[in-house]
Design a protein around this ligand. Structure first.
Ligand SMILES: Cc1cc2nc3c(=O)[nH]c(=O)nc-3n(C[C@H](O)[C@H](O)[C@H](O)COP(=O)(O)OP(=O)(O)OC[C@H]3O[C@@H](n4cnc5c(N)ncnc54)[C@H](O)[C@@H]3O)c2cc1C
Length: 536
């Protein structure tokens, strides 16, 4: 018997109301307020067989779920912890046969909602409201409108006004709704970088790690035990650390990237937040109460009441960007070795069709910005917003990678990724695969942005002017997709500049892109001399 299973008391006699706690609802705040409740947890290897989830992600989810089950048992709840290999709907059907009607808080993930739908329709599983969101569908519709396209800033302003957040006389404190133009400093070393928090794994966490290293050894990534907050107390420590060590400078360095520090002044709270270990309300209220500069406070509040809530609503209202069935050319699990379910059908407005190159699984490309971002993800399951958007998704999009493959990679590799959050972020924001549903234009850029906001170029084997291919890929991307951007006024300026480029510059951009695609598909490092000769 394992340490965990022997810690479970197994006392369930006399319980007549059962509630299923989903894998990402690990909070007492999300439970019905009935102490005589029996709580069901399901740990199924089926989930891990859907995508090659990073080992750190599996460890984080399972160690938190197991600890949460024991924390609830200590709090007096009866706990039924089921191990299985089947899909959630199947396991719950058996449990309904055994226990009768079961309640569940509305799952955030569409995949889980779909899996339990037949039981819900049969009245065997009763869905309760999820009180962990800060805004309602009605808020979203009133703020952003009933139909796409939706814009985050409109929704955000509505929520600030409706809930009187950072307002003075009904106007935004500081005079503007967004203080982002104060939040664009590159890393300049002007202040001390925060010391990273570490955790000591207990027996239960060590057992989870052991199990993953054996049972899921075919999954990518590695487990860093000291980077695994597992208990309720660990989550509290993490948020206390974020409040004390990063929130003050959250704003100004929000977009900065440096080789010296993976997380800079980001909170790294998303994985615990998306697991339900802490409620967004706590983050919001605590952030509002902090004595920190307004640009940091407003910047953080916008992420929590703006972006996070916004993508959740968009995903739910579009049913996960459901589209009519078009054949999917993407490979299962973005080409990761092994047998994985067929890739999901996905919108693909730009008709990108290249496979995810081995670089994303850890082979070197020679582009230091990309190689650093990938190795950070392989080592930790984390990268902050700008490497995700302006390095990983940007270069992926410029390469023309199939958006499903890129999405599945993000979904598998990031410890905070769940369908409701990863799909809008990659398919809409990162790749423009859904067109203008929630962004006005693709977030693409050339070398200058990465050079300005990061400190990679000086150490890169590719010279930022002579051999870095990213700007050429950017121009070639605009050329290849010009039909899609005609009439898009936000793209008018780059398209005008594109039109003024000489044919020779366009041919060079095409040749550079072709060379990069060819090399990266083979998992080969880019040769600076070859790139230099194409570009000269
Ligand atoms: C291509 C791409 C993929 C992404 N995939 C995910 C994902 O799978 N899961 C995820 O939680 N976030 C995702 N994001 C959003 C964002 O990058 C992460 O939430 C953030 O980097 C998490 O790190 P942090 O906790 O240190 O964030 P901080 O910078 O400290 O921000 C605070 C919090 O704001 C919230 N937040 C900020 N931006 C977003 C956003 N766009 N969507 C949702 N929440 C947001 C997060 O909960 C985050 O913890 C993605 C962004 C991009 C561009």
């Amino acid at each position: 018997m394992s340490v965990f299973t022997s810690a479970l008391s197994g006392t369930c006699a006399g319980v007549d109301t059962w509630h299923f706690v989903s894998y990402d609802q690990l909070s007492q705040d999300l439970l019905p307020k009935n102490k005589d409740l029996g709580l069901i947890f399901i740990e199924t290897s089926w989930k891990a067989s859907q995508l090659p989830y990073h080992k750190q992600k599996l460890a984080l989810q399972l160690s938190n779920q197991r600890h949460f089950a024991l924390e609830l048992q200590d709090a007096g709840y009866a706990v039924k912890y089921v191990f299985s290999e089947k899909e959630y709907g199947e396991v719950l059907a058996q449990l309904c046969d055994e226990l009768g009607e079961i309640t569940v808080t509305k799952p955030a993930e569409l995949s889980l909602r779909r899996s339990i739908q037949p039981l819900v329709e049969a009245g065997r599983l009763i869905v309760l409201q999820h009180t962990g969101w800060l805004t309602t569908t009605d808020d979203f519709i009133k703020g952003a409108g009933e139909n796409a396209p939706w814009r985050m800033d409109k929704f955000y302003r509505h929520i600030r006004k409706k809930y009187s957040i950072l307002l003075e006389d009904n106007k935004p404190i500081g005079g503007k709704w967004s203080l982002d133009d104060e939040n664009r400093l590159p890393w300049d070393g002007a202040v001390d970088l925060p010391k990273t928090l570490t955790f000591t794994p207990d027996e239960i966490t060590l057992e989870v790690i052991d199990m993953i290293e054996t049972k899921y050894s075919h999954h990518p990534g590695k487990i860093v035990a000291e980077n695994l907050p597992s208990t309720a107390e660990d989550t509290k420590r993490m948020w206390d650390w974020a409040k004390a060590s990063v929130m003050y400078y959250f704003g100004p360095y929000e977009d900065a990237m440096t080789q010296d520090h993976r997380t800079l002044f980001h909170t790294t709270m998303s994985s615990l937040l998306n697991l339900g270990r802490i409620m967004p309300r706590t983050l919001l209220n605590d952030a509002l109460a902090l004595d920190i500069p307004l640009n940091s406070k407003e910047g953080f509040v916008r992420q929590i009441i703006g972006w996070r809530e916004f993508v959740h609503h968009v995903h739910e209202l579009t049913d996960g960007f459901a589209i009519d069935s078009t054949p999917v050319k993407a490979r299962p699990a973005a080409g990761w070795e092994g047998n994985w379910p067929v890739a999901k059908i996905t919108p693909n407005v730009l008709e990108n069709s290249y496979g995810l190159p081995p670089t994303f699984w850890g082979e070197k490309s020679g582009m230091l910005c990309l190689d650093t971002a990938v190795s950070d993800v392989v080592e930790t399951g984390y990268a902050h917003h700008i490497p995700r958007l302006m390095v990983l998704a940007n270069i992926g999009n410029l390469l023309g990678i199939h958006p499903r493959e890129l999405t599945d990679w993000f979904w598998a590799m990031f410890t905070d990724a769940y369908d409701w959050v990863v799909e809008p972020n990659v398919l809409a924001m990162g790749t423009y695969a859904v067109g203008e549903v929630m962004t006005t234009k693709p977030y693409v850029s050339g070398t200058p942005y990465i050079k300005k906001m990061g400190d990679y170029c000086g150490d890169c084997s590719l010279h930022f002017k002579k051999s870095c291919p990213i700007s050429d890929m950017y121009w070639n991307f605009l050329e290849e997709n010009q039909n899609h951007f005609r009439g898009n006024h936000r793209m008018a300026m780059p398209m005008r500049t594109l039109a003024k480029r000489t044919q020779q510059a366009k041919d060079t951009a095409q040749e550079v892109t072709h060379y990069v695609r060819q090399q990266m598909t083979k998992g080969k490092v880019l040769d600076p001399m070859i790139l230099q000769s194409i570009k000269s």
